[in-house]
Design a binder for this molecule. Structure first.
Ligand code: S6P
Ligand code: ZN
Length: 197
């Protein structure tokens, strides 16, 4: 048995990974409280639509220096004016970077520092996007088709979902007559870091 062949996974054009080691399905109830328009969220919860799936190549070596990779397929849809999006996270080991590669559809990568500085990048098929160390990240489907991308990240990066669940994300992407618009999130409240307390 070769070493490298078992580490490969097939990624279909639509982002699905039939040989994924794990598949996460995130429905609206899994994102409860993350969308700005709570009334729209409550109305949609009756149907609890599928928002996104993550196909993970996770059964890879975990020792220092290895990478994991996954595909994310975000459905097209909105909660009020806000587009379907991922929960968003910092890495548990916050200094771990990541690379995204657009496979299909249209979306935005939102990035924020722990202090709340934010940036956004449009992504389409073929966009390679860099998530620098220490930047929290969330992806948003701004198109009419599923937004699909591949992510590669250090095996020890881990997930900190708590910070964004508690503080919110510094920026929102909302639909407007001129198309997707990036706005500062009025409800965003960064928790001071230990150093600043
Ligand atoms: C992992 C990487 C992606 C996300 C995926 C779902 O570091 O950034 O695989 O896990 O896009 O987003 P989230 O915020 O629900 O993990
Ligand atoms: Zn990540």
């Amino acid at each position: 048995m070769t070493y490298v062949e078992p580490l490969a996974r097939q990624v279909r054009q639509d982002g699905t990974m039939p040989s994924a080691d794990a598949v996460q399905e995130r429905r609206l109830r899994d994102l409860a409280g993350l969308f700005a328009d709570r009334d729209a969220e409550a109305r949609l919860l009756a149907h609890d639509p599928l928002v996104y799936r993550v196909f993970e190549a996770a059964a890879l070596p975990k020792e220092d220096g290895h990478l994991l990779f996954s595909t994310t397929v975000i459905e097209s849809g909105r909660v009020g004016d806000e587009y379907f999006m991922t929960k968003g996270h910092f890495h548990a080991r916050a200094d771990r970077a990541e690379l995204y590669y657009g496979l299909g559809g249209r979306g935005m990568l939102l990035l924020q520092t722990p202090e709340g500085r934010y940036e956004a990048l449009d992504m389409v098929a073929g966009t390679a996007a860099y998530v620098p160390p220490y930047w929290g990240h969330r992806t948003v489907n701004t198109g009419e088709e599923p937004f699909v991308f591949l992510a590669a990240y250090p095996a020890d990066a881990g997930y900190d979902y708590g910070t964004i669940a508690r503080d919110g994300f510094a920026a929102l992407v909302v639909a407007s007559p001129d198309g997707p618009r990036l706005i500062a999130n009025p409800a965003y409240r960064p928790t001071p870091s230990d150093d600043a307390r």
